[in-house]
Design a binder for this molecule. Structure first.
Ligand code: C2E
Ligand code: MG
Ligand code: MG
Ligand code: MG
Length: 298
């Protein structure tokens, strides 16, 4: 463990100071080998109802156990994989892995099995192969398509003529659902809200977690934006998930602002699949009833 060995830890830190260069080289050269050797793995993070704390869905998050650099986070290799096109084989592996896990939960937990959310990049959404890949993976795993939700970023929904619209529509025709990830950060034309067959929006954590807190900033403005986006979401019939929910106070506030679901450390950190199963076993309301609503449950 790097934690125990000061020397190893320093080496790791040192290697990561060149993250950009290392990652680009590493990704293009090592990724195909890494896929074959099973160096990638998925963690899952719960999405919970803000009203009663029950787990409604989980998001699959990819990690790379690099033999020299340790566990890499997706921000360190997904952008390079997207540029080089290696996201296509990696994305296929992620989908298959997540769907196999979801199908296993479906068999073991029935209607208590969570929806599984999988992130899809712009390049994947533009590739025609995605339609047949998803079709084959659903058939092979036996997963109910309604338990698979694809998360796309605002940048993916380019416009009415974009190929991704055709691909995403075809996937929704198969029964899969769609959500827009990091909603509110893309500076994009909101026409996609009309053009895409969406089921949900995931509000970027940047509205809630300010990365560079400015003591002069009026945080009430952030909350007013959240409230406005919540009523937009509601009027479109979409489920709004707030990301980056770290405390009970924030979960409570988001509920009063009209958000439906929350995701964040307060509900659970990304973790191995098995560690979420306790939440599926218990009858609703599932175990992690947040303290702020525990008093209200009958
Ligand atoms: P995302 O889809 O917005 O995923 C949520 C990110 O927020 C995750 O980071 C998660 O660990 C982090 N997070 C969750 N709760 C909290 C919280 O309470 N506080 C804070 N500060 N952070 C929280 P992660 O796993 O590093 O993923 C980063 C991004 O990488 C994801 O953002 C997603 O865009 C991308 N990504 C992750 N897995 C995949 C994948 O399988 N395929 C693709 N294409 N992209 C992925
Ligand atoms: Mg996501
Ligand atoms: Mg997100
Ligand atoms: Mg994000």
């Amino acid at each position: 463990r790097a934690k125990e060995a000061g020397g190893a830890r320093w080496t790791l830190y040192d290697a990561r100071t060149n993250a950009e260069a290392v990652s680009r080289y590493t990704v293009s050269v090592r990724m195909p080998v890494a896929l074959e050797r099973g160096e990638f793995f998925l963690e899952y993070q719960p999405l919970c109802s803000l009203a009663d704390g029950t787990m409604t869905a989980v998001e699959a998050l990819v990690r790379w156990r690099h033999p020299l650099l340790g566990v890499l986070r997706p921000d360190e290799f997904v952008p390079a994989a997207e540029e080089t096109g290696l996201i296509l084989p990696l994305g296929r592996w992620i989908l298959r892995q997540a769907c196999a896990q979801a199908a296993d939960w479906q068999r073991r937990y029935g209607d208590r099995a969570p929806q599984v959310n999988v992130n899809i990049t712009a390049r994947q959404a533009r590739s025609k192969g995605l339609i047949s890949d998803v079709g084959r993976i659903l058939a092979d795993t036996g997963l109910d398509p309604g338990l698979l939700q694809l998360e796309i970023t605002e940048g993916t929904a380019l416009g009415p003529r974009d190929e991704s619209l055709r691909v995403l529509n075809a996937l929704v025709d198969k029964g899969v659902t769609l959500a827009v990830d990091d909603f509110g950060t893309g500076w994009s034309n909101l026409a996609y809200l009309r053009d895409l067959p969406l089921s949900g929006l995931k509000l970027s954590s940047s509205f809630i977690i300010d990365p560079s807190p400015d003591p002069n900033a009026d945080e009430e403005i952030g909350w007013r934006i959240v409230g406005g986006l919540a009523s937009l979401s509601r009027s479109l019939g979409l489920t709004l998930t707030a990301e980056g929910v770290e405390t009970a106070e924030i979960a409570e506030r988001l509920l009063t602002m009209g958000c439906d679901w929350g995701q964040g450390w307060y509900f659970g950190r990304p973790a191995a699949a098995a560690s979420l199963e306790a939440l599926m076993l218990s009858t609703p309301p599932l175990v992690s009833v947040p303290p702020h609503v525990a008093g209200r449950t009958p």
